[in-house]
Design a protein around this ligand. Structure first.
Ligand SMILES: Cc1cc2nc3c(=O)[nH]c(=O)nc-3n(C[C@H](O)[C@H](O)[C@H](O)COP(=O)(O)OP(=O)(O)OC[C@H]3O[C@@H](n4cnc5c(N)ncnc54)[C@H](O)[C@@H]3O)c2cc1C
Length: 387
């Protein structure tokens, strides 16, 4: 068993850390409070090989492993938490599912702009009546000539205001076996947006409305029977949320350590109070334990996609560690932690969201319990017994 990064990973980590310091340290606070997608950061990252890290080289990516992408997102988040969203979008999000399953023609058309930072793909899965129960989605793809007509509504889509194209989960017929996904571009006829709404994190989302939107067969990513593949790809997205949760918790922890070393009350540094020392010890324990679970899930996935169970375990541990450490860091920093002139309050708001996004903690606990008992626990009500 190996607990340290190997030589290549250390070199990559140090080079990303250098890139972040040189290019992202200045302006990190401002970026966290800007609504627009950081397109300039995306283009810069693309030039430095930080988008498509796990996408195969023959598809225009870097041919790296999931663990490389995790290292990158951690190093970026450490310096500029908001810029870690660009690493997420360019490596872990819908782009990863897309790169895995897209046809050569789809890749040619869509992947290139995503990898240069000129395009952005969002995943539109959640609906007003299909959140955790995503298989209850009702956005429908009805055959029409050579393609389909898509009708339905999506909510909570990250980057909905900025994405150039959307990976939309649809159903081709009844049942889970008929769920798949299609690509729909911003600006297509019948595709409109509702009024933006803000999450606690500050991020905006807007309802997406699809009214008889035409999707030619060339824009179908996964047809009927594609749901399992889609969720396999979605586990990579979860690893990105997991890594950012942990990284932002660590960011807040580091800020609190520095604060405790320099802030004096009652004639002593905060770090000299045992009541606070124990808070730091507890935080370190949580962060380090969660880190090992994240690295296990990412390392074991290096030959392909991460295991659903290891991903669920890592996500819960990192979601909790990230949020709890950001919360404790804020308490230790008092009014300074609670103020918008620092990034700790931002880390708290963002880490809270990831306990819900990408599979809420309770739903992932259900997944882990299924592994414990080696059986499925359907969440739908039992069917009434026949009379
Ligand atoms: C910051 C953020 C970003 C997001 N980005 C996207 C995105 O890009 N694309 C997209 O499609 N969606 C996105 N979502 C939506 C996200 O996937 C859903 O919010 C999530 O799946 C939960 O669904 P829900 O909000 O409808 O809650 P519900 O499903 O209504 O759940 C409410 C509560 O009940 C619990 N619960 C539900 N079922 C069970 C059960 N069987 N057992 C125990 N507890 C249960 C849940 O854990 C939760 O605590 C985002 C959400 C957030 C907060």
């Amino acid at each position: 068993m190996q607990f340290d990064l190997n030589e290549e990973q250390v070199m990559f980590r140090d080079s990303v850390a250098g890139f972040a310091q040189r290019n992202l340290a200045a302006g990190a606070l401002e970026r966290a409070h800007t609504d627009d997608y950081p397109w300039d950061v995306a283009k810069l990252m693309a030039k430095n090989g930080l988008l498509g890290i796990t996408v195969a080289e023959d598809k225009g990516g870097m041919g790296g492993k999931l663990m490389d992408a995790v290292i990158a997102i951690e190093q970026i988040a450490k310096v500029c938490p908001r810029s870690a969203d660009v690493i997420q979008a360019g490596n872990f999000g819908a782009i990863r599912t897309f790169a895995q399953f897209a046809s050569p023609e789809q890749q040619r058309q869509y992947l290139a702009p995503l990898l240069t930072g000129d395009g952005l793909i969002a995943v539109a899965m959640t609906e007003p009546n299909a959140g955790s129960a995503v298989t209850e989605l009702t956005t429908t793809a009805t055959p029409d000539g050579d393609g389909f007509r898509v009708t339905g509504q999506k909510i909570f889509t990250t980057h909905g205001l900025h994405a150039t194209c959307f990976l939309v989960y649809v159903r081709y017929g009844p049942g889970t076996g008929n769920i798949g996904s299609v690509l729909i571009e911003r600006g297509q006829e019948g595709f409109t947006f509702g009024k933006p709404v803000r999450f606690l994190s500050g991020e905006e989302w807007n309802p997406l409305f699809f009214d008889n939107v035409y999707v030619p067969k060339e824009k179908v990513l996964l047809g009927p029977g594609g749901f399992k593949k889609q969720m396999a790809g979605f586990n990579v997205e979860r690893i990105g949320n997991t890594a950012r949760s942990l990284a932002l918790g660590r960011f807040a922890f580091d800020a609190a350590v520095e604060h405790a070393k320099t802030r004096k009350q009652f004639g002593r540094y905060l770090m000299d109070f045992q009541g606070l020392q124990w808070k730091f010890a507890e935080m370190k324990l949580k962060l380090d334990a969660a880190q090992l679970l994240l690295y296990r899930a990412a390392t074991n996935a290096d030959a392909g996609l991460p295991s659903p169970e290891e991903t669920a375990i890592a996500k819960i541990a990192c979601n909790r560690a990230g949020f709890e450490c950001a919360n404790e860091a804020m308490q230790i920093m008092g009014g300074s932690g609670y103020s918008e002139d620092g990034l700790v309050e931002y880390c708290l708001r963002r880490t809270r969201g990831w306990m819900i996004a990408g599979g809420a903690i309770e739903v992932l606990l259900n997944r882990i319990a299924e592994g414990v008992f080696d059986q499925r626990f359907p969440q739908t009500p039992p069917k009434p017994a026949a009379a």
